[in-house]
Write a protein that binds this ligand. Structure first.
Ligand SMILES: Cc1cc2nc3c(=O)[nH]c(=O)nc-3n(C[C@H](O)[C@H](O)[C@H](O)COP(=O)(O)OP(=O)(O)OC[C@H]3O[C@@H](n4cnc5c(N)ncnc54)[C@H](O)[C@@H]3O)c2cc1C
Length: 314
């Protein structure tokens, strides 16, 4: 049985590993340059040096015994409270390690799923031709397949347009899901800021800020990840990146950084989940997995991918 998985974040990778262990042939498609999705690392140049910053997810929690066992031996360190872990030397190291040996087609923006003789074709465009938030470019898509089944492991708002033409009931089920956006400011400084390693202010623009270099295995240079809270991110969603950076820098009370990056995550943490581990239409051979099925955490994405693989194998 051949299976296509759309999305090589934690949910897609987890699903692929379980299917491969059960002897299925699996190909993943992802628009990114590397696997991992929101478990992302930004490499920031500072002269000759590179500072790796945890750009999306900040740490992993492991409540499930199977997930906790998997983390053992994957280059994970505890940080800073019991039950929180960070991959070494940066967040993207974990999905890359787990994706080892999987067939992942990167740089492919999947633009359509097509039914063909009871199987599935995957249509994709070069990812660098696709602009976020804009209509798809008028290019002939390439087709991959046929596949016996498809697992869609994308954030719900990105999965819905793919599902609408071929599985409107699944697309409709995703309407219940809600995500918060998150403006994120990454900044590298010349000297240590006089602040604790982690800030979670109750008021103001900042929802979370952390000294990246206080995490185990990171470069020593003073570097901060500052995430705006959901309300502030929503209110400033269409602001210019420079204005957002200025607002977050002022809220942190930081001097001018040596280098900085500002990024808008449109789909960050899940605010309203589906409440089911996955969705699977056995007759169509089409399933859905992702953090949004359970809750907005890396572990939930992993468990959702496992659940979908089990449903597909049964
Ligand atoms: C700012 C931020 C902070 C967070 N902090 C934490 C934290 O501290 N702890 C925690 O546990 N979780 C945290 N999370 C949540 C965590 O990152 C996610 O729950 C988890 O990584 C989701 O995995 P996923 O596989 O469901 O989705 P994703 O990681 O989003 O993977 C989806 C993949 O699909 C690809 N894709 C999308 N559209 C297409 C398309 N059309 N064609 C091909 N590929 C496509 C993307 O490139 C991506 O690789 C955070 C997230 C953000 C953004």
């Amino acid at each position: 049985m051949s299976i296509a998985i759309i999305g090589a974040g934690m949910a897609g990778i987890s699903c692929a590993r379980a299917l491969r262990e059960a002897g299925r042939q699996v190909v993943l498609f992802d628009k990114g340059r590397a696997a991992g999705g929101r478990m992302a690392t930004k490499r920031m140049a500072l002269g000759e040096a590179t500072i790796r910053m945890d750009h999306g997810a900040q740490y992993i929690t492991a409540r499930d015994a199977g997930f906790a066992a998997l983390l053992q031996g994957q280059g994970i360190a505890a940080w800073p409270e019991a039950g929180r872990f960070v991959p070494l030397p940066a967040m993207s190291a974990l999905p890359r390690a787990l994706a080892e040996g999987l067939d992942i087609q990167l740089g492919r923006h999947v633009s359509a799923l097509r039914r063909q003789g009871g199987q599935w074709m995957i249509e994709h465009l070069p990812a660098d031709a696709v602009r976020p938030g804009r209509p798809l470019p008028d290019l002939a898509a390439e087709a991959a397949g046929p596949f016996d089944a498809v697992a869609v492991a994308l954030p719900a708002p990105q999965a819905a347009p793919l599902l609408q033409p071929v599985a409107p009931a699944l697309a409709a089920a995703l309407e219940a899901v809600e995500y918060a956006p998150c403006w994120t400011w990454l900044a590298v400084f010349a000297a240590r800021l006089d602040l604790p390693d982690v800030l979670r202010p109750e008021t103001g623009p900042i929802g979370w800020a952390a000294r990246n270099n206080a995490k185990p295995g990171r470069e020593a240079q003073e570097a901060w990840v500052v995430q705006a809270g959901p309300e502030w991110s929503r209110a400033h969603l269409e602001d210019k990146a420079g204005d957002v950076a200025a607002g977050l820098r002022a809220a942190l009370g930081a001097p001018a950084p040596l280098t900085e990056v500002t990024h808008r995550w449109r789909y960050s943490l899940v605010e309203r989940a589906l409440g089911l581990p996955c969705l699977w239409d056995g007759a169509a051979g089409l399933g859905l997995a992702g953090d949004y099925c359970l809750e907005g955490r890396v572990e939930a994405a992993f468990l959702s991918g496992q659940a979908l693989a089990r449903a597909m194998i049964a």
